[in-house]
Design a binder for this molecule. Structure first.
Ligand code: HSE
Length: 436
């Protein structure tokens, strides 16, 4: 049978990995797909890498030449970012080509438009590589867990942020040196603020939530907090109380609708996900039939992410001869069966909270703090106070609350901040027990 002809856009970290996996495992891949998968056109300005990968003969610096090439069956978009990626993908789909992409921002922001175009043209868009690198989490949610009503999912879905938090905890390293290391290792986004401010994780959560709950992609409804507010002291205090900091994306079905949130979270050390370290990713999915499942693996990196790109290529190749109506739907649910589950407002999200208060060291301080919390019906679940380094220094007071609404803790923080004994801004993070 004629080989499937691939047009590869980009030879960056993932593009290079994809070419290397396709060459190295060509025989195994063809045995699985039923035919060979051949890179027939490649767009990159990196001529020396293209030569090393024996792609010089099919090299171009014009990406539109690739998406308009009539010989190409599947376009693999690995440029990343918004434009020209969006226009290239839409052009490829309009030309009747299938598309595989690792571009989570593209899917999170433009996926509704992209899937509509794909449906109109009877072609498929694969985006497994966009979420959690090498973990086949899209396939798991879309197919393996198709029997379940999903109750919640929670994931460490940004390798760079997890790498930074791990290095800060294990080695006491400072934030910026670890970020530089992650960039050098090819984990970080082109704009690393996307990693540390939670934007990248929110792109991925948007996609996971859509597939888990059968809702349209709604990036703008995700509440997002990055990891830049976590200090080494917070990491140490959490440790003393039996918790680890993880940067989580959480999507949870509640009576009020769906919670969609990305934020630093204290997790009890006894939970498996608390032990996911470095660039590794993990996603816990709670289904009503299956219970909790944990999916773990490399969340970033050249070959790991290429593993997902090539898996999509194999899937599409296998399905080339099937009727497009009978393929697995892009967002797991049939396009006309997506629901408009409301998204819960940030203030109404419920969780336990960690508070760090800097206060003067004098009698009555604790009474004022606990009194303000008690007045708002906030219960203290755990408590830690360190003695001052020197007599007269201020002290850190750490409080873990019971599960309350975010608006309750915000109001309490506003009141506590007004107390004359509180000397710095109050730090607040979510705590999740994952015991339901
Ligand atoms: N910058 C991303 C991360 C790469 O660190 O997880 C994979 O999407």
């Amino acid at each position: 049978m004629r080989p499937v002809q691939i047009g590869l856009l980009g030879l960056g970290t993932v593009g290079e990995g994809t070419a290397r996996v396709l060459f190295k495992n060509a025989e195994e891949i063809a045995r699985r797909a039923g035919r060979e998968i051949n890179i027939a056109h490649c767009c990159s300005r990196n001529q020396s890498l293209a030569a090393e990968l024996s792609l010089t003969n099919v090299l171009t610096d014009d990406p539109f030449a690739v998406v308009n090439n009539p010989d190409i069956d599947i376009v693999v978009e690995l440029f990343g970012g918004d434009e020209p990626a969006r226009e290239l993908v839409i052009t490829a789909l309009n030309n009747g080509k299938h598309v595989v992409t690792a571009n989570k921002a593209l899917i999170a922001l433009h996926g509704n438009e992209i899937f509509k175009a794909a449906q109109e043209h009877g072609v498929t868009v694969g985006f497994e590589a966009g979420v959690a690198g090498g973990i086949p989490i899209i396939k798991t949610l879309r197919e393996g867990l198709a029997a379940n009503t999903i109750e919640w999912l929670a994931g460490i879905i940004n390798g760079t942020a997890n790498f930074i938090l791990t290095e800060m905890r294990e080695k006491g390293s400072d934030f910026s040196s670890v970020l530089k290391q992650a960039q050098e290792l090819g984990y970080a986004e082109a704009d690393p603020t996307f990693d540390v401010e939670g934007i990248d994780a929110a792109h991925k959560l948007t996609i996971l939530a859509s597939i888990a709950f059968g809702i349209p992609l709604q990036f703008e409804k995700v509440s997002i907090t990055g990891i830049t507010g976590i200090t080494p002291q917070d990491i140490e205090y959490a440790n003393e109380l039996g918790y680890r900091f993880k940067h989580l994306g959480i999507a949870k079905r509640t009576d009020k609708g769906l919670e969609l949130r990305v934020h630093p979270t204290l997790i009890p050390k006894k939970r498996l996900i608390a032990h996911v370290n470095g660039v590794m990713n993990a996603v816990v999915i709670k289904g009503d039939a299956v219970g909790s499942t944990l999916h773990y693996g490399a969340g970033a990196g050249s070959l790991a992410t290429a593993s997902s790109v090539v898996a999509d290529l194999v899937d599409i190749t296998r399905a080339l001869t099937t009727d497009s109506e009978n393929r697995v739907p892009h967002l797991a649910f049939q396009p006309d069966a997506l629901s408009d589950l409301p998204i819960v407002a940030e203030d109404e999200v419920a969780s336990a909270f960690y508070l760090r208060l800097r206060a003067t060291d004098e009698s009555g301080v604790l009474a004022k703090i606990t009194g303000a919390l008690a007045d708002r019906d906030i219960s203290i679940e755990a408590f830690l106070q360190k003695e001052p380094v020197q007599v007269g220094d201020d002290v850190d007071i750490i409080v873990l609350t019971n599960k309350i609404q975010q608006q309750q803790i915000k109001a309490a923080i506003a009141e506590l901040s007004g107390l004359d004994v509180i000397t710095e801004d109050i730090t607040c993070f979510h705590v999740e027990m994952f015991n339901d």
